[in-house]
Design a protein around this ligand. Structure first.
Ligand code: IMP
Length: 423
């Protein structure tokens, strides 16, 4: 039985949480494969907004099992807060939330190291969410990390202490003004670890293997977006994991040949939070309107997101790297009211017109070349059928499908579960 995959095609915040929630009814297992609490997956239904950071977005459905895969990094303190929120809504997570023993733990000192590293970079800072993601993945690849399965060993606290001591020396090395009380942070951490230990830790690759043999349906849920991928994103302004399709194989232990559908999600325009190049970024009233109407504020940090026109060069690149088989377009409703819409179809790269995504997309090298399309005025937020969609929106979608050579199967017209049009 095959595994479907859902991931973001831009710089994150495409709306993966909402769509995983919408699609969960088709799956037995929802499995997060990378990233950590730097993500903020927002779901809205019955008039209530829920934000998840580490827990997969299928958790609100009765049937599905939700798995936190080996590729994810877990901060027990944030995880505990997520569980507390679920408990408020009587979600029976104990029976349907599984955690891979091979997932790595974010320690309090990882968060401090993140802060010290960013502070030391000054203007060159990445704009990290400061959740300790980079330092935790560094310890993973440096073969120093502590994994969920270690919590079952007697001596894990010794291992913890040795690593935390080393981190403190590293924080000193950065020589920045960082105020912290490690004893307090550790008290929270160890209390949260005890809560984490009440959940089911599993050998998740074996679990998924058996699930596939038993013909269970599995949806792998990505976090962040393809342009934040550690290899294929706008390095160094990226996150520290593989957010692209291959990350699902390493982040869950699923073989490449078992991947079936790859659902790629993008917004009808582009946003980015944090630093880094963004060729189609707008600094005018159009960008301001997108941000205001689209409520473009980070779900994890509350930071305003930078907004700009759709970048088809970057989108094609993401479709290619991920092998997308179906597209999902989010936030079409936010563009209602614009007379004209622009789509970046090529870059002027050092004086030459190019249509591929180059090594460096810094503003001094790249200026976008746009095509223009007629906008639509209709309010889309009440629409439920494709037949209700205005002609200009259909034209926009047709154009993208032709350029990307992949069908757009879902058009989202608002944050609520119900504001979803299947085509
Ligand atoms: P980090 O992964 O928290 O270190 O952040 C690295 C970069 O990725 C920063 O520019 C963040 O703003 C961005 N980033 C990380 N997670 C997300 C996300 O879930 N959505 C959007 N941007 C993110």
């Amino acid at each position: 039985m095959a595994v479907d995959l859902l991931l973001g095609l831009q710089w994150g915040d495409e709306g993966k949480g909402k769509i995983v929630d919408v699609l969960t009814k088709n799956y037995d297992i929802i499995a997060r494969f990378q990233g950590g609490p730097n993500a903020g997956h927002t779901l809205e239904f019955d008039g209530i907004k829920h934000v998840l950071h580490t827990i997969p977005s299928g958790i609100f459905h009765d049937k599905a099992v939700n798995l936190v895969g080996n590729g994810v990094v877990i901060d027990p303190v944030i995880f505990k807060k997520e569980l507390d929120n679920l408990a408020k809504f009587n979600i029976d997570f104990k029976n349907k939330l599984l955690i891979s023993r091979k997932a790595h733990l974010i320690l309090p000192t990882h968060r401090l190291l993140d802060a010290a590293s960013e502070a030391s970079k000054g203007k060159a800072k990445i704009g990290s969410t400061l959740k300790g993601i980079g330092p935790t993945y560094m310890d993973k690849t440096g073969r120093n990390g502590i994994r969920v399965g270690d919590l079952e060993l007697k001596n894990w606290e010794e291992k913890y202490r040795a690593l935390a001591n080393k981190h403190e020396a590293m924080i000193d090395f950065y020589n920045v003004d960082l105020q912290y009380n490690l004893a307090e942070l550790e008290a929270d951490f160890f209390a949260a670890v005890e809560v984490l230990k009440t959940l089911q830790f599993i050998d998740s690759e074996e679990y998924l293997h058996q699930a596939q043999k038993a013909e269970k349906t599995i949806l792998a849920e990505g976090a962040q977006g393809s342009l934040l991928d550690i290899d294929f994103g706008t390095y160094p302004f990226v996150t520290s994991s593989n957010t692209t399709a291959a990350g699902a194989c390493t982040g869950l232990g699923v073989a490449p040949g078992k991947i079936n559908e790859v659902f790629g999600i993008f917004k009808a325009y582009t946003t980015r939070v944090g630093s880094g190049p963004f060729p189609t970024e707008l600094f005018d009233q159009y960008g301001e309107t997108m941000g205001r109407v689209g409520n473009e504020f980070g779900a994890t940090t509350g930071r305003p997101r930078r907004c700009g026109w759709l970048d088809l060069v970057a989108l094609k690149y993401a479709v290619q790297v991920n092998g997308v088989t179906q597209l999902i377009m989010m936030k079409g409703d936010v563009l209602s009211g614009f007379d004209t819409l622009k789509i970046c179809t090529a870059y002027n790269y050092k004086g030459e017109k190019i249509t591929h995504f180059p090594f460096n997309i810094e503003a001094e090298n790249v200026t976008p070349i746009y095509t223009e399309m007629k906008g639509w005025k209709e309010d889309l937020t009440k629409m439920t059928e494709a037949s209700q969609m205005p002609k200009a929106l259909n034209d926009y979608i047709d154009y993208l499908e032709k350029e990307l050579e992949i069908p757009i199967k879902i058009v989202s017209v608002g944050p609520d579960r119900t504001q979803t049009i299947h085509r």
